[in-house]
Design a protein. Structure first.
Length: 401
């Protein structure tokens, strides 16, 4: 509780001078929400934020001579609370551009001390046809996400990543229908999974940020986009050999589409690539099995989702997701991925309904998530699989401001 109090006090005190200046050149708009949620699960699952950010069911637990799944124990969380607080600051013109900044924190959990999540903190300069962003915000592959009741917004099928970055967006036309995006991205909380667990040190040691290039089109009610990311990491350092570094490269691609007209909204996205654990995708990399040299190979994977939603104050939605592990194409002696590389594929179907009354949104969502667990093969694929399923029912009341 002391940590939460200190963070809030520091945020408020740091903004006091801005409030004084706001009368002349700076305006500040506060926003956020307070939510109470209740969820019911039929199987032990991977999650974070005290269970609010739901991912997938864990593998079954058995003992010798008894095939009974000891992890298939129903459980629930009653009236867990969550709050989000942020502000958007609009300042004076700088270098001929409108200046702005944004910061956002999230508090979740129903047990002390809960969790404090540092979500956004960036500054931006907006010219007529371009924008420069510096700081932590959504990864460019996160620009489109489904409208879910749960705060995971489709993860682990959808990319879920906020990272420090330098991003430049440029519109090719005055109507802003075609946008080019380039970004240099580092890792923070959403980091790569490797030999020492989840860490941003793998990319920091490489001395090279992740590099992203993308393009987006607007064609009437239809929006299309795509992007490519390059990643170079250094999984290990040989301290006995003059601190020699070993490296691995990988590429990830994304295509997305959104159609919105009247009360109808249709969204879809597909990600295909290497070592996408920093995006929340159940992928990773492995160490090549060799006694002659040290080398690494990324695991390839694909992950797709689609959602259709209809309504205004009362909205009905249907979400579907599918992820598949394609392996490394080379024999590996060690695998660094979610659940130790035992996930072959997973899928989800999730209907939801949301009703808005003034500032309050009432939501109900059902998630049926199945994971095919098995034994990792030498090349990183998974065989001898069995399915593990979790049913989650989520009820939510959210007050936004």
């Amino acid at each position: 509780m002391k940590i939460k109090t200190l963070v809030l006090q520091a945020l408020i005190i740091s903004l006091l001078p801005m409030r004084v200046t706001a009368q002349k050149k700076v305006s500040i708009d506060w926003y956020g929400f307070v939510a109470a949620q209740t969820f019911f699960d039929t199987h032990e699952s991977a999650s974070s934020a005290d269970g609010f950010l739901y991912l997938y069911p864990k593998d079954k637990t058995t003992v010798i001579g008894d095939d009974h799944d000891r992890s298939a124990v129903p459980q629930s969380s009653w009236f867990g609370t969550m709050a989000r607080l942020g502000f958007v600051l609009k300042g004076p013109e700088i270098f001929g551009a409108a200046s702005r900044a944004k910061a956002e924190l999230e508090f979740s959990g129903h047990t002390a001390p809960g969790s404090v999540l540092y979500r956004h903190a960036f500054m931006a300069l907006d010219w007529d046809n371009s924008t420069l962003i510096l700081g932590q915000t959504w990864h460019p592959m996160n620009d489109l996400f489904p409208s879910t009741v749960g705060i995971a917004i489709g993860s682990p099928f959808n990319a879920l990543n906020r990272s420090p970055q330098l991003r430049y967006e440029y519109y090719l036309d005055s109507e802003k229908k075609t946008k080019l995006t380039g970004a240099a991205i580092f890792q923070a909380a959403n980091a790569t999974f490797g030999p020492t667990g989840k860490s941003y040190n793998y990319i920091r040691r490489s001395m090279v940020p992740m590099l992203y290039a993308g393009i987006d089109f607007t064609l009437g009610d239809l929006k299309l986009g795509g992007g490519l990311e390059y990643q170079r990491i250094s999984p290990i350092v040989d301290l006995a050999d003059n601190n020699k570094k070993y490296y691995m490269n990988g590429f990830s691609g994304m295509i997305q589409a959104q159609y919105a007209k009247d009360k109808l909204s249709i969204k879809a996205k597909t990600l295909i690539g290497h070592n996408m654990s920093h995006l929340g995708i159940c992928s990773g990399f492995g160490k090549i099995a060799s006694i002659d040299y040290v080398d690494f190979a990324p695991l390839a994977a694909s992950s797709s989702w689609a959602q259709i939603q209809y309504g205004d104050e009362l909205k009905f939605g249907l979400f579907g997701g599918y992820m598949s592990n394609w392996g490394a194409g080379k024999d590996l002696s060690a695998i660094y991925a979610a659940e130790n590389g035992t996930i072959d594929k997973m899928w989800r179907i999730s209907p939801n309904v949301q009703y808005t009354v003034g500032n309050v949104v009432l939501g109900c969502e059902y998630e049926l998530t199945t994971v095919a667990y098995g034994t990792p093969n030498a090349n990183g694929t998974v065989g001898n699989t069995h399915d593990v399923t979790n049913n989650r029912l989520l009820l939510s009341v959210m007050y936004s401001f």
